[in-house]
Design a protein around this ligand. Structure first.
Ligand SMILES: NC(=O)C1=CN([C@@H]2O[C@H](COP(=O)(O)OP(=O)(O)OC[C@H]3O[C@@H](n4cnc5c(N)ncnc54)[C@H](OP(=O)(O)O)[C@@H]3O)[C@@H](O)[C@H]2O)C=CC1
Ligand SMILES: Nc1nc(=O)c2c([nH]1)NC[C@@H]1CN(c3ccc(C(=O)N[C@@H](CCC(=O)O)C(=O)O)cc3)C=[N+]21
Length: 289
C-alpha cells in the first residue's frame, strides 16, 4: 500500500488564508504585523528562501522588508543593526538568515535579538521556555511539523518518535516539541551505533540529516509516519529530501514530499509567529505566562 502524501504547500496556503483574516482584524486596531529579514552575502539558496518569505508575507497583507548586507559586514555592524531593530517599534519580528559568514559568531547574533521579536524561536530564552512548556516563540520548522501532524489527525501521544539529527535549529527542538506532545522520543545522530535498530522502531520518523536520500525503506517500519526535513539541491538544480521518497512511500502510512512538504510549513509558521509578536507588542510586554 502506498502512503498518504502530506502536502505542506496546500496546508500552508490554507493557514495563510486564515492569517490574512487575522491581520485584517489587527489592521482595524491600527496594527500591521511587520517582519524584517536580514540577509548577509549573496548565496543563491538563501536569497531564494528570503524571497519566499517576502512573497508569503505580502500575500497576507503583512509588512516585510529585507535588509541585504555585503559578505564583508562586520559582527559589530550586524549587532548594531539588531540593536536598532530591537528598538524600532514598527518592527515586530526579526529574522537573521543563517548560515552567517564565518567571521560572525552565530550564537552571539542569535542572543542579541530581543526574545520578544525572535520569530525564529532560536534565542535561549525562547528555547528554555519551550523546554519548560511555557508561552514562547517555537522554532518554525519544528512547529510546522507538529502542525502538519495535528492537522492530519495523526496521533502523537504515546507514539515512539525517532529524530535523526540534533542541530539546534531542527533536530533538538523537533524532539522537544514531540515530547511536549507526549511522544516517547529517541534522538539519533552521526555517532549513533546501528541507526537502523532505532529507526525501525519509529512510529514517527523525522529525518533532518542534510544528506540526499540517506534514508531508504530498510530504515523504516511498515506503517510509519515519515517526515523529511532535508532540503538538498541536486546537480541539475532540483530539490530533494533526505529520504528515498519513491521506495519509502511504499512502506510508510504518511510521508512528506520535498519540495512541497515541510519547507512551506516553515514559512507559514514564521508568519504565524510574527502575528503573535505583533499582538504581544500591542500589550507592550513579553508575557510571563
Ligand atoms: N524544510 C525546512 O524548512 C528546513 C530544512 N532544513 C534542512 O534540513 C536538513 C538538516 O538541517 P540542519 O539540522 O540545519 O543540519 P545540520 O548539518 O546542522 O545537522 C545534521 C544532523 O544530522 C546528523 N547526521 C549527519 N549524518 C548522519 C548520518 N549519516 N547518520 C545519522 N545522523 C547523521 C548530524 O549529526 P552530528 O550532530 O553528530 O554531526 C547532525 O545532528 C538540511 O538538509 C537542511 O537544509 C533546515 C532548516 C529548515
Ligand atoms: N534564520 C533562519 N531561519 C530559517 O528558518 C532558515 C534559515 N535561517 N536558513 C535556512 C533554513 C532553510 N529554510 C527553508 C525554509 C523554507 C523552505 C521552502 O519553502 N522550501 C520549498 C521550496 C522552495 C524552493 O523551491 O526553493 C519546499 O520545500 O517546497 C526551504 C527551506 C529556512 N531556514
Amino acid at each position: 500500500m502506498s502512503a498518504e502524501i502530506l502536502n505542506g504547500k496546500i496546508l500552508a496556503q490554507n493557514l495563510r488564508m486564515k492569517m490574512k483574516e487575522e491581520i485584517n482584524a489587527l489592521k482595524g486596531e491600527g496594527i500591521v504585523p511587520h517582519l524584517t529579514v536580514v540577509l548577509i552575502g549573496d548565496d543563491p539558496a538563501s536569497k531564494s528562501y528570503v524571497n519566499g518569505k517576502k512573497k508569503a508575507s505580502s500575500e497576507i497583507g503583512m509588512e516585510s522588508d529585507v535588509i541585504l548586507l555585503p559578505e564583508s559586514t562586520s559582527e559589530k555592524e550586524l549587532l548594531d543593526l539588531i540593536d536598532k531593530l530591537n528598538h524600532d517599534e514598527q518592527v515586530h519580528g526579526i529574522l537573521v538568515q543563517l548560515p552567517l559568514p564565518e567571521h560572525i559568531a552565530e550564537q552571539k547574533v542569535i542572543e542579541a535579538i530581543s526574545p520578544a521579536k525572535d520569530v525564529d524561536g532560536f534565542h535561549p530564552v525562547n528555547i528554555g521556555r519551550m523546554m519548560t512548556g511555557k508561552n514562547a516563540f517555537l522554532s518554525c520548522t519544528p512547529l510546522g511539523i507538529i502542525t502538519m501532524l495535528k492537522e492530519n489527525n495523526i496521533e502523537i501521544t504515546g507514539k515512539h518518535a525517532v529524530v535523526i539529527g540534533r542541530s539546534n535549529i531542527v533536530g533538538k527542538p523537533v524532539g522537544q516539541l514531540l515530547l511536549n506532545e507526549n511522544a516517547t522520543v529517541t534522538y539519533c545522530h552521526s555517532r549513533t551505533r546501528d541507526l537502523k535498530h532505532f529507526t525501525k522502531q519509529a512510529d514517527i520518523l523525522v529525518v533532518a540529516v542534510g544528506k540526499p536520500h540517506a534514508i531508504g525503506s530498510e530504515f523504516v517500519k511498515e506503517g510509519a509516519v515519515v517526515i523529511d526535513v532535508g532540503i538538498n539541491r541536486t546537480p541539475d538544480g532540483k530539490l530533494t529530501g533526505d529520504v528515498d521518497f519513491e521506495n519509502v512511500k511504499e512502506k510508510a502510512s504518511f510521508i512528506t514530499p520535498v519540495p512541497r512538504g515541510v519547507g512551506p510549513m516553515t514559512i507559514a509558521m514564521l508568519l504565524k509567529n510574527t502575528i503573535q509578536a505583533a499582538k504581544q507588542i500591542k500589550g507592550s510586554t513579553w508575557k510571563n505566562t
